[in-house]
Design a protein around this ligand. Structure first.
Ligand SMILES: Cc1cc2nc3c(=O)[nH]c(=O)nc-3n(C[C@H](O)[C@H](O)[C@H](O)COP(=O)(O)OP(=O)(O)OC[C@H]3O[C@@H](n4cnc5c(N)ncnc54)[C@H](O)[C@@H]3O)c2cc1C
Length: 454
């Protein structure tokens, strides 16, 4: 089926770059992935992916797509210490200051450190015939042909060597949120994509702790989405049988301190005490680590009317979301599937077709992330009636889902990108939401509205 061309180059060997390369090898005789970092064959976080030190959950949709690309991948992650769980039954979800009633679902989640997920994808990809990974190699420019109409490769530099030209029929930029594509395109006199930027001033503080299988009643994770009055969020995820990772954070500079007392105080203001219990009693296994995330950022490549042939932008370089919704890796996987499908239909007008498909993929997670961020009164952005209605309705759904695991599962299907948001407006779901709001006790056991407003 290698009909498209001889050689493709991918910039960046993080999750998006690796998954793009997996799609490309179905259509090119060879694919070369160029990564600036040294890729030690360990599960360690690395400089080019600093977020790898922080809690990462892979949504159910992402696991399914990656498993399709690399059959047996889930089992390999589990064999190296990862944990499989029921996202409905083994995880507690807290949003709008209420804990959703958990119950068995068909949503299978995979928990493992972010670097481990990437390493397993990388090993599988590197074992494929035709794939070459070159690490310690930085791309610093594009090669152009046809008077700048076409990209025909990259200029790359490894170690102390002189820069060299690497020819390619297609170049995919998966260089992350800090992608150089806008600067490179500008230098070639192309119009820049418009940017949707929603400032949130988020910050995460993370620490790992010793885990006992009996902790938190055997649950594998608790996810707390921020709500008024303090808008603080937090996750605790099992990373293996004996390790938790905790990441907590808030908006606009309300970030958790990176010292014992301040961190514990901050965690104590979350609407449920689960993470606090672990932070106060479990043995810390790491230092505190912090990460700042200024804004949701979407580059609208799909709106450009002129774009060079032989070039695509992918993953976080295309769109990056407030990490609290855990969508980035899954969106990259969905984009890889879309790229595969676009290439199956030939090379004509590839950029336009791919960007349109990727834009449609991104629409849903973007609306989920930004729509929810817009509940925060200080987040600037338009709040059309539909956004206000959806946020109001999702609040009501949460209240009803305190006692109705069916609603929890319906919500989790959407949050895990397994179902479209309109599925929550089906008459059967609306009826349950209404019923759940007619008879509602004033407050749940174990959930309190945080006392400190910021
Ligand atoms: C704090 C935090 C928590 C997150 N939590 C989740 C989560 O729970 N679930 C989830 O799905 N997603 C999460 N994400 C998002 C997720 O990390 C990314 O979406 C995912 O890593 C895919 O990103 P990417 O591959 O496009 O870019 P990145 O991961 O940023 O990787 C870019 C790669 O390109 C390389 N590179 C860049 N420029 C060059 C160059 N010129 N030459 C060579 N190499 C280059 C870099 O070294 C790096 O390896 C989180 C993000 C953050 C910040």
């Amino acid at each position: 089926m290698k009909t498209f061309g001889e050689h493709a180059v991918v910039i960046g060997a993080s999750m998006a770059g690796l998954l793009a390369a997996r799609a490309l090898i179905n259509h090119f005789h060879s694919v070369t992935v160029l990564e600036r970092d040294r890729l030690a064959d360990t599960d360690r976080p690395r400089k080019g992916v600093p977020q790898g030190r922080h809690a990462h959950g892979l949504l159910a949709r992402g696991r399914v797509v990656i498993e399709d690309f690399f059959p047996g991948w889930t089992d390999e992650v589990v064999a190296s210490g990862g944990l499989l769980g029921d996202i409905g039954g083994d995880v507690d979800w807290v949003g709008h200051n209420v804990r959703l009633k958990s119950g068995p679902s068909d949503l299978i989640g995979l928990l493992a450190p972010r670097p481990a997920l990437e390493t397993h994808v990388r090993r599988r990809l590197a074992a494929m015939p035709g794939v070459t990974l070159i690490d310690g190699c930085s791309v610093d420019g594009l090669l152009v042909a046809d008077g700048g109409q076409r990209i025909c490769g990259v200029r790359a530099q490894a170690g102390g060597e002189l820069p060299r030209a690497i020819k390619a029929d297609l170049v995919v930029d998966a260089g992350g949120r800090g992608s150089t594509s806008p600067a490179w395109l500008k230098a070639l006199d192309y119009e820049l994509p418009s940017e949707d930027r929603i400032e949130i001033g988020a910050g995460y503080t993370t620490r790992s702790y010793r885990r006992k299988p009996t902790d938190l009643g055997g649950r594998l994770a608790v996810v707390i989405a921020g709500s008024a009055p303090n808008w603080r969020n937090g996750v605790i995820l099992a990373q293996s049988e004996d390790r938790w990772i905790v990441s907590v954070g808030g908006y606009f500079g309300d970030h958790a301190p990176d010292n014992d007392e301040g961190f514990a105080d901050y965690v104590g203001t979350l609407p449920v005490p689960d993470i606090y219990q672990i932070v106060m009693t479990a043995e810390p296994l790491s230092e505190f680590m912090t990460y700042r995330y200024a804004a949701n950022l979407r580059r609208r490549y799909e709106k450009l009317t002129r774009f060079p042939e032989g070039y695509l932008v992918f993953g976080d370089a295309f769109c990056s979301f407030n990490p609290v919704y855990g969508q980035g890796m899954t969106v990259a996987a969905q984009e890889a599937r879309a790229l595969d499908e676009c290439l199956q239909r030939g090379n004509r007008d590839l950029a336009r077709r791919f960007f349109r498909a990727a834009g449609a993929i991104v629409d849903i997670p973007w609306n989920i992330a930004v729509g929810n961020d817009l509940r925060h009164p200080k987040v600037e952005g338009e709040r059309p009636a539909m956004v206000r209605f959806i946020n109001w309705y999702i609040g009501k759904l949460h209240l009803a889902a305190r006692h109705d695991p069916h609603l929890t599962t319906a919500f989790l299907h959407v949050a895990n990108l397994m179902a479209q948001p309109p599925s929550l407006l089906k008459p059967s779901i609306v009826a349950r939401v209404m019923k759940g709001n007619l008879f509602r006790p004033s407050i749940d056991a174990g959930v309190r509205v945080p006392s400190r407003a910021f």
